[in-house]
Design a protein around this ligand. Structure first.
Ligand code: SAM
Length: 397
């Protein structure tokens, strides 16, 4: 039947499309794991946040918060009014999307089991991650090396880990060792680990020409500063990101993750996209739910929206060899992507969904900026692109 087809597609791909709608539910773990053959991310590690009982307590807290927020009588300033209006405009669409999910009982049943089901032999002891951000700053940084191990034992390559393009050109997972920890590099992928100040070197080393560019900048933001998981940068730093140089001269799709601050929306629309040479094409919304399908917070909580935006822009390019660049197809609809969030500020893997809009270029060249992980076939740049590559564990075959 149709439903069981959709479910088996989901189990295979991690993508569940709601019919006749612009809504998809995704399982990041299934999607990420398609980058690997002999290793897997464990669902229990990825999903620890929204399966732990702690979160149930937070729900009741957020209800209290809501009551409090509503009680406080205060006039909205101009910016708050604009933010409220923006929210009111997407609200019906998000509610509709959530309804689709709550009606998909077959999918909800699988969601409850997402954390448990895995064929992983043993999980890694969750020891401390290396702080690449700190290591990259010390004077010894240029001396740090990573050991790349070929599939057959004995063949090893030792290369600098910072400010260097590290490539796995093989069509299989590659094990690597850095300061006694093991990292897995997916097939046909590479990373360049550096500070923003060195990003220009990446353009020369990897031949640029990217057709898809995903960016998740370290925006300044109350909660990021509080929790201090990574350093943030003032908005004007991002104006100098070399998007035009990274993009393919025939055009590229650029996807930018945003926070919900109204000031940021204005900056991106009025300054950032124009300075990168992008036309705004569509907005995607990432709706965050818990394992039981409920939203992670009340939809109307002003400072804790259960969704984030992804702005899609086209770089139209000038074309090569005096040929006209191919016309990029307009993206018809805004889309809603529903998933259970992973660790703090970790974004769901949306590359595959975006590739549907870059059909002109085959195979498309893809890069993620400010990445904390790698993807098969992609280039990852940031000051810690190996961060999550340590969490992969060998599968029992
Ligand atoms: N998309 C990632 C994910 O899903 O895990 C999260 C990216 S996080 C919002 C931003 C990243 O930018 C962090 O890894 C942070 O360390 C990095 N970053 C901050 N300042 C940087 C700088 N000056 N140069 C390079 N990367 C930087």
């Amino acid at each position: 039947s149709k439903t069981s087809d959709k479910l088996s597609t989901f189990l295979e791909s991690g993508i569940y499309r709601f019919e006749n709608s612009n809504v998809v539910f995704i399982d990041p773990v299934r999607m990420l794991n398609r980058s690997y053959t002999r290793f897997r991310f464990s669902p229990s590690a990825y999903y620890s946040r929204f399966f732990d009982s702690k979160e149930t307590i937070e729900t009741s807290n957020s209800k209290k918060r809501k009551r409090k927020e509503k009680k406080v009588p205060h006039d909205l300033n101009e910016r708050e009014q604009a933010a409220t209006l923006r929210h009111q405009q997407v609200r019906p669409m998000l509610l509709k999307a959530h309804e689709f999910l709550m009606e998909a009982t077959d999918l909800l049943a699988i969601m409850k089991g997402l954390r448990g089901d895995s064929n992983i032999c043993s999980s890694t002891e969750s020891s401390e991650h290396h702080s690449f951000i700190e290591l990259g700053k010390v004077w010894q940084a240029p001396l740090y090396e990573i050991i790349l191990k070929a599939a057959w034992k004995g063949l090893e390559r030792v290369v600098p880990v910072f400010n260097n393009l590290v490539v796995n050109e093989a069509s299989d997972d590659m094990e690597a060792e850095f300061l006694n920890k093991k990292y897995i590099l997916p097939r046909e992928s590479c990373f360049y680990m550096s500070d923003l100040g060195q990003i220009h070197n990446l353009i020369h080393e990897c031949n640029a020409g990217f057709n898809l560019i995903v960016i998740d900048p370290p925006w300044e933001n109350g909660s990021a500063r509080q929790k201090l998981r990574y350093p943030t940068l003032p908005n004007w730093y991002f104006l100098s990101l070399p998007i035009k140089q990274l993009a393919h001269p025939d055009g590229a799709l650029v996807a930018l993750w945003m926070t919900n601050r109204e000031k940021l929306h204005n900056f991106v629309q009025k300054e950032l996209f124009p300075s990168w040479g992008l036309s705004h094409e569509a907005t995607y919304y990432w709706l965050k739910v818990k394992a039981d399908g409920s939203l992670i917070s009340d939809l109307d909580l002003f400072h804790h929206r259960p969704y984030e935006c992804l702005l899609l822009g086209y770089f139209h390019g000038q074309g090569t060899n005096s040929k006209q660049p191919p016309r990029l197809r307009p993206i018809k609809h805004d889309q809603i992507i529903i998933s259970i969030p992973g660790e703090y500020s970790r974004k769901p893997p949306i590359g595959e969904l975006l590739l549907e809009h870059v059909t002109h270029f085959k195979p498309a060249r893809c890069i993620e900026l400010f990445a904390r992980e790698m993807t098969a076939g992609w280039t990852s740049w940031g000051n810690e692109p190996l961060h999550f590559q340590e969490e992969l564990v060998a599968v029992d075959i």
